[in-house]
Design a protein around this ligand. Structure first.
Ligand code: SAM
Length: 241
């Protein structure tokens, strides 16, 4: 066996802590992803995390924690908003190639990188170059997804305005947050209600190594009024209170 970039044993073992069982093909794909991430990072700024062990824990396992308390049905449609270098969307696709994943970001050069990575690992996803506020007003994307996900994109209140319009009634927006979740939840309460959502659960936990995380589950219980999402300047100037 040749030299690998990441420790596949470490990834297998730590993913299993979150009830995710990775097969050999998935581990091989993660290895290619890690190597390409670091190679591309020398040309464009994608991540501050470049040590292989940190990539495994803080990008790959962190992204996979989305599955630990969530049974997503076969073929679920998911949009990852502000995916950047593909987190959590690409790890989700590697672990569950049956999912139909859309990766959205406003930065074209990051999307070029993830397109190259997907080609190399032999998986496909829909890639959308747009701001979330604009795509959310497009009938082709509005209320079309079972789940929206976002990690490290914005505060929960603004994120709900970006993400809930994509979600079908009955679906869910899953926000991956760090430790300050309670403050964000209270700041987002009014917006969640206006946008047709309801917080149904929140799961605090620690990543291996001790970083604190909280996953917040926002169920879509009614249609989002058509005026949302508003243009980004309006969201910034006049947040829903
Ligand atoms: N989700 C990735 C992660 O966890 O590594 C990327 C996080 S990065 C800090 C934030 C990303 O969100 C950037 O790639 C940025 O271009 C994108 N972004 C921020 N606001 C956005 C918006 N309104 N619409 C689309 N993409 C947005």
């Amino acid at each position: 066996m040749g030299e690998t970039f990441i420790s596949k044993e470490l990834l297998y073992e730590k993913a299993e802590l979150f009830h995710v069982k990775l097969d050999q093909e998935a581990l091989d794909r993660f290895d290619i992803y890690g190597r390409m991430l670091v190679e591309w990072n020398e040309k464009i700024n994608l991540t501050a995390i470049t040590d292989p062990e940190d990539i495994v824990i803080k990008h790959f396992v962190d992204s996979l924690t989305i599955f630990h308390d969530k049974e997503m049905a076969q073929g679920s449609k998911i949009i990852d908003v502000g995916t950047g270098a593909g987190f959590p969307g690409i790890p989700m696709l590697i672990a569950r190639p049956d999912l139909q994943i859309t990766l959205l970001d406003s930065t074209m050069k990051k999307l070029n990188v993830i397109s190259d990575i997907l080609d190399e690992i032999g998986l496909s996803a829909e890639i959308i170059h747009s701001r979330a506020e604009e795509a959310g007003q497009n009938a082709g994307f509005r209320e079309k997804f079972d789940y929206a996900t976002a990690r490290a994109v914005s505060n929960l209140r603004d994120l709900c305005e970006y993400c809930l319009p994509f979600v079908k009634v009955g679906g869910e927006f899953i926000a991956m947050k760090s430790a300050k979740a309670e403050e964000e939840i209270s700041e987002a309460k009014a917006a969640i209600k206006v946008l047709g959502g309801k917080i149904t659960d929140k799961k605090p936990f620690e990543l291996p190594g001790g970083d604190e995380r909280t996953i917040i589950y926002v169920k879509k219980i009614s249609t989002t009024p058509s005026k949302y999402p508003r243009p980004s300047a309006k969201i910034a100037k006049n947040p829903i209170k």
